[in-house]
Design a protein. Sequence first.
Length: 318
Amino acid sequence: MMITENRRRTNKSVKTAPGVTRALDAGAPVVALESTVIAHGLPRPLNLQTARACEAAVREAGATPATVGIVEGVPVVGLDEAEIIAFSEGAGPGGRPIAKVGLNNLAAVIANRGWGATTVAGTLRVASLAGLRVFATGGIGGVHRGAADSLDVSADLTALANIPLVCVCAGAKAILDLPKTVEYLETWGVPIVGYGSDEFPAFYSRASGLPVDSRVETPDEAAALAARHWETGGTGAVLVCVPIPSEFEIATEEVENAVCAAMASAARAQVRGKAITPFLLSEMEKLTGGRTLEANRALLVNNARVAGQISASLARQL
């Protein structure tokens, strides 16, 4: 499977799909979407269905979707259908594995001409190089529980502190230490914006008890806040936190019980590092009878829709 020849090279390291190129050249709205959720986050065939649904939600909101990934060593902004299918199957041509790509191994995957699914951090880096300003994901990574001993802090936070995009999410993943994650974001000057909410969402749950820095009600308000953040010297992201649709919400107590049980399973199995998040999410799916999986899909599509709306507004304001 080869990269489409008429993708343009936006700089020396990134290529964009034709539709993304046209949108960027016209100053039209574009939304970046991650590929780790396709290759490593959701089971088949739900991963492919969700990837298509997220792209459709962005289009319905008036923006161009651009799913980001590494294909044969080239960062691509706007994977085509065949590439998205390959990511959903977890392998490139000849069965080449698709790596999970963050900031630490992005260069290595490129240098080795590998295939890679970009995390939040990896997607932010590549999308920024291509000139995008809005990114949609499910939940960001953050400070892991027990980080005082493990020092396990997601590079997503580093990326958010340094890369100037609007990141639309449902808060941070519920398996994390949410208070410490919020504290880290505050330390690095990342505005936490509640979209129709006064509280930081807890991924599967609409509230966490943690206040946001500010609240907006509309895409125009979110876009205006982001524009002012960058105009006044902000060099990092604006985190727009959208609570999960209420019909898919899981009660905080149920989520916490599932997280504790999943973490105990991880400890027994000695799962660590990059493997810990997919392991915990898989365990929680079993513990909740699939409800976390259903919730994850719902919030991903909802966030993509909101991101499309914000991107359309931001394109008018910048």
